[in-house]
Design a protein around this ligand. Structure first.
Ligand code: CMC
Length: 433
């Protein structure tokens, strides 16, 4: 390698600066020395939505958007989806290595034995309106857990942190299950810790009067794979929220509530639900060409298409499409599948989508699977949140251990008024008149 530096000439002053290049980046703070005078604050970069700014160094998830590659701690997502389980993958993300048999047994035991929630949480679950959105309920209740586990604020104590991690992964499925049961007016179903993680979740959703719930093995496996596919995705909107909120050193329950709130939005975790609403709106195959036309005219987006990072294909979408076949063999084919396939076919051969590199993302088919499995649409983001919790925790811990990190605090370009004097209400009314 030659000289790993960047030479910058400031044409305003004629001065030249040399800044180091490391890992294909320059440090934004190295630009601060570039000034036009002693009173100048120094040069900054302007990067709304972090389009070209690395906010951290990470060893957790690798994505090559052009090649359609996704790896957790070096392991390809395809191998993890086929051979791992969600709890094993969660361990990998959080601890950096796949567990030994003894570690996995202990991890599974600990997570399973932290699924029960305090009975008071049931009370405020009951306080939600009968038609409250389950994702809103999840955001509220996961944040409220911090009031039950006050020691969770001791985030610099590794043993304490570990306990909150068991609690977060364990209780997430219980909160999600209770939110669903409340929205259906059903009695809460308690965890059954003899079941797998995904099986236990299905138990808390769908158990009726049977003494022991037995999940269908194909659906249980499919849900587990979906949790793996959603477990992490480097610096996405909700993970950025987790790191940003966590950088204030708040407890992890509050930080997860912030991350889950970010995931709630239709451009992020809400997109899988939007796909189903879109398919409902289109209604029949005959309406697809008109719908595509309206998207191209800028009258809306083709939900489940496009990605900030993937510009070739989303490897998760490929796995999900295959998974859909297995699920539909058990549940029967989702009637909306044909419409989705036709939308994909048209979009992938249409100049508008090709030019903008818009491909189906993880959400395009996941909603169809969830619906076939009996989940109502408003539960889809909740399912995303359950899987993503392990990624949020891994990224939060990495941020806490990183000596270069500080409280997140971006700069701004102020374009508002210069100083002006306060006017009384009478003066302002006179001016307005
Ligand atoms: N349908 C139609 N046009 C689109 C779409 C779409 N789904 N996505 C992007 N475009 C167009 C956009 O209008 C723009 O066109 P132009 O250059 O003419 O202005 C161009 O493609 C570039 O789009 P962008 O908005 O600059 O891309 P972005 O990287 O800011 O947005 C995205 C990424 C995922 C927010 C966006 O593609 C989108 O809104 N997709 C639909 C929602 C969705 O499926 N979200 C789930 C993302 S995957 C799960 C996750 O990680 O959260």
């Amino acid at each position: 390698m030659g000289n790993e530096t960047l030479t910058i000439t400031d044409n305003r002053t004629g001065k030249t600066y040399e800044v180091p290049v490391q890992n294909g980046t320059i440090k934004a703070l190295d630009l601060r020395q570039i000034k036009i005078g002693p009173d100048d604050f120094g040069l900054m970069t302007y990067d709304p939505a972090f389009m070209n700014t690395a906010s951290c160094k990470s060893k957790i998830t690798f994505i090559d958007g052009d090649k359609g590659i996704l790896r957790y701690r070096g392991y390809p997502i395809e191998q993890l989806a086929e051979r791992s389980t969600y709890l094993e993958t969660a361990f990998l993300l959080i601890n950096g290595e796949l567990p030994t048999r003894a570690e996995l047994e202990d991890w599974t035991y600990q997570v399973n034995h932290h699924t029960i929630i305090h009975e008071n949480i049931k009370k405020f679950m009951d306080g939600f309106h009968y038609d409250a959105n389950p994702m809103g309920m999840l955001v509220g209740t996961v944040g409220a857990l911090s009031t039950f586990y006050k020691e969770a604020k001791n985030i610099h104590d590794p043993e304490n942190r570990q306990k909150q991690i068991y609690r977060l992964i364990g209780k997430m499925i219980t909160l999600a299950g209770f939110a669903y049961r409340h929205s259906r007016g059903l009695p809460f179903a308690y965890p059954d810790n003899e079941l797998s993680y995904a099986g236990n979740f299905l138990n808390m959703l769908f158990r009726m009067t049977e003494p022991k719930y037995k999940p269908h093995p194909v659906l249980e496996k499919a849900l587990d794979v979906l949790f793996i596919l959603h477990a992490d995705h480097e610096q996405n909107c909700s993970t950025n929220a987790m790191r940003s909120v966590g950088s204030s050193h708040v407890d992890p329950f509050s930080a997860v509530a912030g991350a889950a709130a970010a995931l709630y939005g239709p451009l992020h975790g809400g997109a899988n639900a939007e796909v189903l609403y879109m398919l409902d709106l289109i209604g029949t195959m005959n309406n697809i060409p008109d719908f595509i036309k309206s998207v191209k005219e800028g009258k809306g987006k083709l939900m489940g298409f496009g990605h900030r990072v993937y510009k070739n294909y989303d490897p998760r979408a490929k796995i999900i499409k295959h998974l859909a076949d297995q699920v539909f063999e058990v549940t029967g084919r989702n009637p909306k599948l044909d419409m989705a396939l036709e939308l994909e076919r048209i979009a992938l051969s249409d100049e508008y989508f090709i030019k903008r590199k818009l491909y189906p993302n993880v959400d395009f088919y996941s909603g169809l699977i969830y619906q076939a499995m009996g989940f109502p649409i408003d539960m889809f983001p909740v399912l995303f949140a359950i899987g993503r919790t392990s990624g949020w925790i891994a990224q939060w811990q990495e941020m806490l251990m990183d000596g270069e990190q500080k409280i997140a605090r971006p700069r701004q370009i102020y374009l508002g008024y210069d100083k002006r004097d306060y006017q009384t209400l009478d003066q302002r009314s006179a001016t307005a008149a």
